[in-house]
Design a protein around this ligand. Sequence first.
Ligand SMILES: C[S@@+](CC[C@H](N)C(=O)[O-])C[C@H]1O[C@@H](n2cnc3c(N)ncnc32)[C@H](O)[C@@H]1O
Length: 248
Amino acid sequence: MASRSIDTHAAFFKPYLRLGMNLLDCGCGPGSIALGLAKAIAPGTLTGIDREASQIRIAAESAFTQGVSNANFLEGNIYALPFPDNSFDAIFSHALFEHLQEPAQALRELWRVLKPGGIVGLRSPDWGGFLIAPSTPELEKAFSYYKWLQQQNCGNPYVGRELRGLVRESGFTNIKASASYQCYEPLSEATEYLALLIEASAKVDGTVEKGWTDERSLTAMSRALQEWSQHPDGFFAQAWCEVVGWKR
Ligand SMILES: C[S@@+](CC[C@H](N)C(=O)[O-])C[C@H]1O[C@@H](n2cnc3c(N)ncnc32)[C@H](O)[C@@H]1O
C-alpha cells in the first residue's frame, strides 16, 4: 500500500480535485495516496481517517517527513464519522469497500458529511477479473482461499462491479463508472502480501482451529505464491473498479 500514489491509484478522481477543497479520505491506510491528494488541493485541507491507530501514525509521520502541512490524520470509523453534516467538498475512499459488511450504511454516512454539490469517488478491486500466468493448481487454490477469507471476514471480493449501483442507490447522481488494471511489477509486491495474509490466517482468523484448513495447506499455498513471484514469466493483473457520483 505504501507504494500507491495519486497518479497510480487515484487517476480517475484527480480531474475533479480543485485547489482549496476540503477533502476526506476514508480508510486512508498509510496515507500514500492521501498525501498526493493533499498536495493537489492545497491550500485546502485533506483529512484522512482510518480505524487502525497504527495506520494513522504512519500517515501522520509521512506527512511530517514530506513536509505536507495541509493533511490531518485521525482514527475513525466510516460507519460513524466524527464530523458534522455537510463538512466536505469531496470524499475519496480507496480499497475499503471490499472490506465492509454494510457498504450502503457507509455510503449514508459519506452522504451526511458531504456538502450538497460535493463529489464522492470510490475505487475497489473486483476479484472476478484478475489474470494470472503461469497458473498452477496450488496458485489457483491460494487465490480462491484469499477470496474466501475476505468473505469469511464479511467482505466482498466482487464489490468493484457493484460500486455504481451502491452509489446510485444511496442517492448520488451523474454517476460515472470506469475500470482499470494494475500489473504488479515485481510480482513480489503482491505475492508477499498475499502469502503473509494466508499464513497469518491460522492465527488471525482461526482458520486451522476451526477446521477450515490445515497448516500444510497454508504452507503449500504460501510457497506456491513465493515460487510464482520468482518465475521469469510470472504475470498478475488485478481489476479495479472506480466510480464517482455527486450529491445534488
Ligand atoms: C486495504 S487498506 C487501503 C488503504 C489505502 N486507502 C490504500 O488504498 O492504500 C483498507 C484500510 O481501511 C481501513 N478500514 C477498514 N475498515 C474500516 C472502517 N470501518 N472505517 C475506517 N477504516 C477502515 C483499514 O484499517 C485499512 O487501513
